[in-house]
Design a protein around this ligand. Structure first.
Ligand SMILES: C[S@@+](CC[C@H](N)C(=O)[O-])C[C@H]1O[C@@H](n2cnc3c(N)ncnc32)[C@H](O)[C@@H]1O
Length: 267
């Protein structure tokens, strides 16, 4: 599968993005994935199930949503596409005409990306790769109808800049969909201590934010109609789910419980 590639201006040497890209370019990330146990032959499916089990239900939630689901169509950009499973999923939808998968490593696209597009039965005729930072997207203003960041914006060292760049490449009235974790106010300090530790040991940039901070960043980037949709897919205990739903009614859930959220906003 030889997909078209567009290139950004290149990463600043020794920047966190350049450092992060090394493990993808050298195959070290692939080797790590192969050491993760699981039921799949494709190593990145085992990684997805173990480390991001909420992401597929969250993307499905967005696609099926009665209000904004129909706006996931036309030309879409998948920011921080990684293994490209979201790109693949989107490309298989009839209403989607094109998906640009943007991430830091060409090697990773050509290996894990191509394998996952096959695994997820994506439509390669609709997919282009963009090797770039999400802070410098090599696409003209107003090109996309919709943009996704799935578990990726919290890796940005400059999330407001990344959001401004997303806004630039979206059409007026375009839809932004974020799949993220909104850390509870109770847990934010501990989550940040853990994120710092992970950043230092893995060379990924790991950042943690509360619901209020996600909203603040989106507002700074001048997005409108910002909405938070809690995805309950990971809460198994019915009693906990009931308590969460009750607290959610009064916007108090975010004080106590960390949530998987789909955040939607409009340019
Ligand atoms: C946790 S992975 C998520 C990948 C994919 N969206 C998924 O859900 O499986 C985060 C991705 O963000 C990418 N990333 C981090 N910083 C980036 C940047 N500045 N520009 C583009 N991609 C970036 C990483 O390379 C990585 O593939």
């Amino acid at each position: 599968m030889d997909l078209p590639i567009i290139y950004g201006p290149g990463l600043k040497p020794n920047s966190p993005e350049a450092v992060e890209s090394v493990k993808y370019e050298t195959g070290a990330a692939e080797a790590d994935a192969r050491s993760v146990a699981g039921r799949h032959e494709e190593p990145w499916m085992n990684v997805l199930e173990k480390y991001e089990p909420g992401s597929p239900p969250a993307v499905d939630f967005a696609l099926r949503h009665p209000v904004f689901g129909a706006r996931i169509q036309g030309k879409i950009i998948d920011f921080g596409a990684g293994t490209c499973w979201v790109t693949s999923r989107l490309s298989s939808l009839p209403a989607v005409k094109e998906v640009v998968a943007l991430d830091l490593s060409e090697v990773f696209f050509r290996t894990a990306g191509v394998r996952m597009i096959r695994h997820w039965k994506g439509d390669p005729s609709k997919i282009r790769f963009a090797v770039a930072s999400f802070n410098q997207v090599p696409v003209e203003d107003g090109y996309f109808d919709c943009g996704f960041f799935v578990a990726s914006l919290h890796h940005s060292t400059a999330p407001i800049l990344s959001l401004l760049e997303a806004r630039r490449v979206l059409k007026p009235g375009g839809l932004l969909v974020l799949v993220e974790i909104a850390i509870s106010i109770r847990q934010i300090d501990a989550a940040r201590t853990q994120a710092l530790l992970e950043t230092r040991t893995t060379n990924d940039t790991e950042m943690r934010y509360t619901k209020g901070e996600w909203k603040y960043m989106l507002e700074h980037a001048r997005f409108k109609n910002i909405e938070f949709h809690v995805v309950d897919a990971l809460t198994r205990n019915p009693a906990v789910l009931l308590v969460r739903k009750l607290l959610r009614k009064f916007d108090l859930e975010r004080v106590i419980f960390t949530n998987l959220v789909v955040i939607t906003a409009q340019t």
